[in-house]
Write a protein that binds this ligand. Structure first.
Ligand code: CA
Length: 234
């Protein structure tokens, strides 16, 4: 079945352009010119596989739409790409805080966006050969269900944070540079900087509560996930 992409954007010309470009790639595209309609589409069956979300909508902000999407349990893993005319760092950080997985700044190349959508959807697919459950000290990760627990407490991660965590855990005890993480977790170099990595690691650590200590900062190098749980400092 074709993967479904939801576009929430009030610029009709841009919606038409994106619908055409994504439709040509074989995606099933639905769109809404406002936030409320977009939320209805997001929650309707079949639920979308990815959302392209404008930051400035007529009825509510894209950040609010993103926040409400994250509140719906069935949508917590849904990749959200924010589209914004503003490039200020504050908006990026806000977007990531609200659970956006990626950012594109207008005007962007439609071809570039299509490639990015493909990369995100490829990464969002569960891989068969990996173990479904992964325990590490107080941390428990169910890759198929996209669920994470710290002790008895379930932690809700965005699709990108989840990918980041799984990448760390696959490389226990090995230093990961910001550039390596950018290329392996984000998969492309445009519009994201090594600072993006720091923002996400910080957020991930915070969400992981006591298990956040398993991710160590290596000054001047990058990050490292502990080889053994009892190795963690603090
Ligand atoms: Ca707009």
């Amino acid at each position: 079945m074709a993967e479904r992409i939801l576009i929430i954007e009030d610029e009709e010309d841009l919606v038409n352009t994106l619908e055409y470009a994504l439709g040509k790639e074989g995606y099933d595209v639905v769109s809404s010119l406002n936030g409320m309609g977009g939320l209805e589409h997001a929650n309707a069956k079949p639920i979308p596989d990815l959302v392209l979300l404008d930051l400035n909508l007529p009825d509510m902000s894209g950040l609010e739409v993103c926040r409400r999407i994250r509140e719906m349990p069935q949508l917590k893993a849904l990749p959200v790409v924010m589209m914004t005319a503003k490039s200020e760092e504050i908006d990026r950080v806000m977007g990531f805080e609200m659970g956006a997985d990626d950012y594109v700044v207008k005007p962007f190349s439609v071809r570039e966006l299509v490639l990015r959508v493909k990369a995100i959807l490829r990464r969002a697919q569960p891989t068969q050969e990996k173990p479904a459950q992964n325990d590490f000290g107080i941390l428990r990760v169910d890759q198929d269900a996209h669920q994470v627990w710290v002790g008895e407490e379930e932690v809700v991660l965005t699709a990108l944070e989840f990918r980041l965590l799984v990448t760390f855990m696959e490389r226990k005890g090995r230093a990961q540079s910001r550039d390596t993480l950018l290329s392996d977790v984000w998969g492309y170099g445009l519009g994201v900087t090594t600072r993006t990595v720091d923002t996400h690691v910080k957020r991930l650590r915070m969400k992981l509560l006591d298990a956040g200590k398993y991710i160590e900062t290596l000054r001047g190098v990058g990050y490292r996930f502990c080889a053994k749980p009892d190795e963690a400092q603090g």
